[in-house]
Design a protein. Structure first.
Length: 261
């Protein structure tokens, strides 16, 4: 893969992550509004359906984002400087990402708690109603037509209520599974952040080591130049001494032969 292809892939994947982060933020804000309505007069089946759907959609976005971040991490970079820049960008992305996941998780927990409380209240009402119906103690033949109609209608409503309660129980289990799954995804992101930190530290250590090598090499070069200069000066001094000695010898010989004549 050439450098341009790597840069193009990085930009494409980076844009995909940023887009997902924006969607996660929007979904979390919408979920926050829906959570405030759970267990209130504004609560409804369509609201709960939308709440569950948004949770599932957000979980899918988180899964996709994790995968994209892993793809970015594996993109080959030729130079150490570019690699350091890439790792730094990934680290910044993942930090922003973990903050958004943490907010989503908080909304998840609040929503699950409110749904559980609402479901327990609904079950309590349903069980009390069923107890009243089963333990009325009246003779069925003493009922008026209206009472008979009530006796027929209430069990039918009770059946519907029990079915709805079962469905809500299933939804609560799904919400709790989502919490567990998102928590695992969050751990994966946390591990990625930790790995990126180690990679950046290693790169920085390599840069420091390279700087140290440069400093050492520069020092050695200066030392070599110093040694070379000292050797050159020593050589010049020795030559000068040799010349002086030769001159002295020449003078002595000249004086000797001059006196001899």
């Amino acid at each position: 893969m050439n450098h341009l292809a790597s840069a193009s892939d990085f930009q494409r994947l980076n844009n995909a992550v940023l887009s997902n982060l924006n969607k996660i933020t929007n979904n979390t804000n919408d979920l926050d509004v829906l959570v405030q309505k759970l267990g209130t007069q504004e609560d409804s089946e369509p609201l709960r359906d939308r709440y569950l759907r948004l949770q599932n959609d957000t979980k899918t976005l988180i899964q996709n984002t994790n995968h994209t971040l892993e793809e970015i991490r594996k993109i080959p970079i030729k130079t150490e400087a570019d690699e350091r820049q890439k790792q730094s960008l990934i680290q910044n992305l993942t930090k922003t990402y973990t903050t958004k996941i943490a907010h989503f998780q908080e909304i998840q927990r609040v929503g699950a708690r409110k749904e559980k409380e609402s479901l327990e209240r609904a079950r309590s009402v349903s069980y009390r109603r069923q107890s009243v119906n089963n333990g009325s103690g009246f003779d069925n033949h003493a009922y008026t037509d209206n009472q008979y109609q009530d006796q027929v209608v209430i069990p039918m409503e009770q059946d519907v209520d029990m079915q709805a309660l079962r469905e809500r129980g299933d939804q609560l289990q799904q919400l709790e599974r989502n919490i567990v799954e998102v928590n695992e995804l969050f751990k994966d992101v946390h591990n990625l952040v930790h790995e990126q930190g180690e990679i950046i530290d290693n790169i920085e250590n390599n840069i420091v080591a390279a700087d140290n090598h440069v400093v050492t090499a520069t020092g050695q070069l200066k030392q070599a130049v110093t040694y070379q200069s000292a050797a050159r000066r020593k050589k010049i001094i020795l030559i000068l001494i040799a010349i002086i000695i030769l001159v002295i010898i020449g003078l002595v010989l000249g004086l000797y032969f001059g006196l001899k004549k």
